[in-house]
Design a protein around this ligand. Structure first.
Ligand SMILES: N[C@@H](CCC(=O)N[C@@H](CS)C(=O)NCC(=O)O)C(=O)O
Length: 250
């Protein structure tokens, strides 16, 4: 029997979530080594040259980057399809995925979630209040204004849930962890689309494990997740103390 797919990375990371939702949607078995970024050991650095999560290990194959991993899973396990078949729509879905990973990643992860949650927990640093103010007043509204113009009033962008909505919702989930609630009166299409997406069974199945991570000290998360029934791998690439990443972020 071949080894199950292994995902390295915490349930709290939106990039890891993207891959987990993809696996859950396709009904694929997997194990997870839920390490928090910056807590990877030397073997992790060999698997992930940017010292970032997620990493997918499929036998001898090691893949980095959530988009690369999701496209691999889509090509290897095509049903149910998570990218539209029409070429134009497929490219559009990829753009929204890219927009989520790049711009929402910058603003929601690094300027909001990292400032309010990770930075304090990992490095003991206080948030940058000027950056937070700019994030709430300018950067988040600009992102949401753009997405409001892209999304349908009801239903799915491409007729069925796709990686476009899944990618966007992965970041909205982290905004929720940072106690940011989308204003549904100001961005009704976005709020409706994200609520529908976050209610998908694949997202719902991860919610209990995400909650454990956001409420448990980092050192105890692995055991707490195992006790809650998460498919925790026997081998971990984690280490006890954080080390700065190679991307110069903290
Ligand atoms: N483009 C990558 C981005 C992954 C990423 O930024 N992961 C974060 C976790 S949310 C990370 O590992 N950060 C550590 C660092 O950048 O040093 C992807 O799509 O997988």
């Amino acid at each position: 029997m071949s080894a199950p797919l292994l995902i390295v990375g915490s349930y709290v990371s939106p990039y890891v979530r993207k891959v987990l939702v993809c696996l859950e949607s396709k009904g694929l078995a997997y194990e997870i080594d839920p390490i928090v970024p910056f807590f990877g050991d030397d073997d992790f650095a060999r698997l992930s040259p940017l010292r970032q999560v997620p990493v997918l290990v499929d036998g001898d194959l090691v893949l980095n980057d959530s988009t690369v991993i999701c496209q691999y899973l889509e090509e290897r396990y095509p049903t149910p399809a998570l990218y539209p078949t029409d070429l134009g729509q497929r490219a559009q879905a990829r753009w929204l995925e890219e927009f989520a990973d790049t711009r929402m990643g910058q603003v929601i992860i690094w300027q909001l979630f990292n400032q309010l949650v990770i930075r304090r927990a990992v490095w003991g640093k206080e948030p940058d209040q000027a950056l937070l103010a700019r994030t709430y007043e300018q950067d988040l509204p600009a992102i949401f204004d753009y997405l409001e113009g892209q999304l349908p009033e009801s239903g799915w962008l491409f007729g069925a849930p796709s990686m476009a909505e899944i990618s966007l919702a992965c970041f909205i989930r982290n905004a929720q962890f940072a106690r940011y609630q989308l204003d549904a009166a100001r961005w009704p299409r976005l709020a409706g689309s994200m609520a529908r997406t976050l209610e998908l069974p694949a997202f719902a199945r991860l919610a209990a494990f995400e909650l454990i991570c956001t409420h448990t000290p980092i050192a105890q998360q692995r055991e707490a997740l195992r006790q809650a029934g998460a498919p925790i791998s026997s081998r971990s690439f984690g280490r006890a103390e954080p080390v700065p990443g190679v991307m110069g972020r903290d």
